[in-house]
Design a protein around this ligand. Structure first.
Ligand code: FE
Length: 212
């Protein structure tokens, strides 16, 4: 019910879904309508931003990792200036805040979380996995990271320390996993295929490819 009796008269450019939308979707549509109505942004801008985000993927991170595994100079750059390393591979990193790569070693395993909400390097890796946004992951990753990783099927040796990094509005993280053994003869593309999205968050590590 609107106080001034104003009704929406303009058409909505989105194709309306046939099924019933959730209350959350309805709310988002309403907010978008209001922002457009007040001239703060246009539907075209919203569409363009959705397209931009959909074009991002964890595969960007896998490419960074594979290059770092095969090129020591690139690895040094990735750890020192992750955005510059992105640029070198033609990955647009302009849309993200401070972006830091943390390296897994036999001594330290890194795990990424956002305890406050769901901060994630979306501008590089696209949308985070759903579990990343769950209250359970956000609280437990800090308190009992080893137990959480065990539930992902990842057992970290007792003599490896676990370092948990809390993402924020100011800084986002990428995990550089260790290169698995038995991959010496593999090409950069083959190596990138070993790197899953979860490897970049630290809830998984790249597996040695099965030998046929
Ligand atoms: Fe957040």
């Amino acid at each position: 019910m609107s106080e001034n009796g104003h009704e929406h008269e303009h058409g909505h450019p989105h194709a309306e879904p046939k099924h019933e939308t959730s209350p959350w979707a309805a709310r988002i549509r309403a907010v978008e309508e209001l922002l457009a109505e007040k001239g703060i942004l246009t539907h075209e801008e919203v569409e363009a931003q959705i397209e931009y985000m959909e074009a991002r993927s964890y595969e960007n991170g896998a490419r960074l990792v594979a290059r770092a595994w095969t090129d020591p100079g690139f690895k040094e750059l990735l750890l020192r200036d992750t955005k510059a390393a992105c640029s070198q591979l033609g990955i647009d990193a302009s849309g993200t805040v401070e972006f830091v790569t943390v390296e897994n070693t036999p001594a330290t395993h890194n795990l990424i979380v956002c305890t406050l909400c769901s901060c994630y390097p979306r501008a590089i890796l696209g949308r985070p996995p759903d579990w990343y946004k769950s209250p359970a992951y956000r609280s437990r990753a800090v308190v009992e990271p080893r137990a959480v990783m065990r539930e992902f099927g990842l057992e970290i040796p007792e003599d490896t320390s676990v370092s948990v990094h809390d993402s924020s509005a100011d800084v986002r993280y990428l995990v550089l996993p260790m290169r698995p053994p038995g991959t010496e003869g593999m090409t950069e593309d083959e190596l990138a295929d070993l790197v899953t999205r979860d490897c970049l968050v630290g809830t998984a590590v790249p597996r040695e490819p099965a030998r046929v």
